[in-house]
Design a protein around this ligand. Structure first.
Ligand code: SAH
Length: 357
């Protein structure tokens, strides 16, 4: 097949672009809405299943488009019930998504990039470097495919961009994916208030995110002074704490919402009483809640998790200052699915291993 004849994965297209493709072939544009309902609401994988689309149109669509799913290479289930999916992408790269059962719903943690360029010192994803952005379809498909596979009556209703990668440095694809994910008529129908984008603090994109979407914002703060934050999160040299928090103050919050501040607790690095008081001070002007994440260790990492007393002391100081503070005991530690533990061999590193072998 000539390259120009290659079929397009329809999940890459917006409904509007697909409608204009149809119009170019004298087909009514409302067919686009019908096709999208089949793909996202009914999870159809083939055009010939789309019984309300005229019989002569279906083969034309089949000739030009595919409705792709990701290739699932492995699924691991933790003793706590969370499941880690390893997907192999078309170019051989791999990503992970984690499905987490909560009391009455599932939360899905998805990836936005292969690897990550932020180089946070405590995160395993960072150690493999950055490979590439995920396409819109690769982001959406993590959700569509896993939702399709769930046999359970418990709904998958919550989504967090807390997997591999920095979502705000893949901005265009992120926003296009969120649009489909939150479209209740022709998309996956997630409520915006149940979707959270977590960022290491790409300040230059926060206003855009507030304008272009209605999702929740989470900030990985992780330190209370610039010296410490520079050391553990290099992005802080570009966007220091004052700038980050000022942008948070300006972030539009819909009715009653708050910004989540994530704080990875690292023994003797950011877990002191002074840190807790400083954190309370820093967040005072912002409608916020705090997630404390005791460090999850991984091979070759110099950091340690503080002991239980230190964690509880840190939490108590913040609670006494009237903050809502959750301690996030990350699920899936036995299968390396917890925060900061996602890392897969990339096509590159595998190649190198193969070469050596
Ligand atoms: N790049 C985005 C999305 C990743 S979210 C961001 O930084 O927000 C991953 C979350 O897990 C972040 O809050 C990060 O600070 C946290 N994290 C990373 N490594 C961790 C580890 N080893 N233990 C606990 N939390 C970790």
């Amino acid at each position: 097949m000539k390259h120009s004849d290659k079929k397009i994965n329809i999940l890459e297209l917006s409904k509007e672009r697909f409608a204009s493709w149809l119009e170019g072939r004298q087909i009514e544009s409302y067919r686009a809405a019908q096709v999208f309902k089949w793909i996202y609401l009914r999870q159809a994988d083939r055009f010939d299943l789309m019984t309300d689309i005229a019989k002569d149109i279906r083969p034309l669509l089949e000739d030009h488009f595919t409705i792709d799913r990701l290739e699932t290479e492995n699924v691991e289930t933790s003793i706590d019930g969370s499941r880690k999916y390893l997907f192999k992408l078309e170019d051989g790269e791999r990503i992970e998504s984690v499905l987490i059962p909560e009391r009455d719903h599932y939360t899905l943690c998805i990836s936005s990039q292969v690897g990550c360029a932020q180089d946070c010192r405590f995160c395993l994803t960072a150690s493999g470097g950055f490979q590439r952005n995920l396409s819109k379809a690769e982001i959406v498909s993590q959700v569509r495919d896993i939702k399709n596979e769930l046999q359970d009556s418990m709904p998958l209703s919550n989504l967090v961009f807390m997997g591999m990668g920095e979502p705000l440095t893949n901005y265009k694809n992120l926003v296009a994916a969120i649009q489909v994910i939150t479209d209740s008529s022709f998309g996956l129908g997630f409520a915006s208030r149940r979707v959270t984008v977590s960022t290491a603090g790409i300040v230059s994109r926060l206003a855009d995110l507030g304008r272009d979407t209605r999702v929740n914002l989470a900030i990985s703060l992780n330190a209370t002074d610039n010296q410490t934050r520079n050391r553990i999160m290099p992005i802080n040299r570009k966007f220091p704490i004052e700038k980050l928090l000022k942008a948070c103050q300006q972030f539009p919050l819909l009715g009653g919402r708050r910004i989540t501040f994530e704080y990875v607790l690292l023994k003797d690095v950011n877990d002191s009483v002074e840190d807790a008081y400083r954190l309370a001070e820093l967040l005072r002007p912002i409608k916020s809640k705090i997630n404390l994440i005791p460090f999850n260790s991984h091979e070759g990492c110099q950091y340690q998790r503080p002991n239980e007393d230190t964690i509880l002391r840190f939490q108590k100081i913040l609670i006494d200052k009237n903050y809502t503070v959750m301690i996030r005991q990350s699920k899936g530690q036995d299968i390396s699915a917890a925060c900061g533990q996602l890392a897969v061999k990339t096509a590159d590193s595998k190649q190198k291993t193969d070469d050596r072998g």
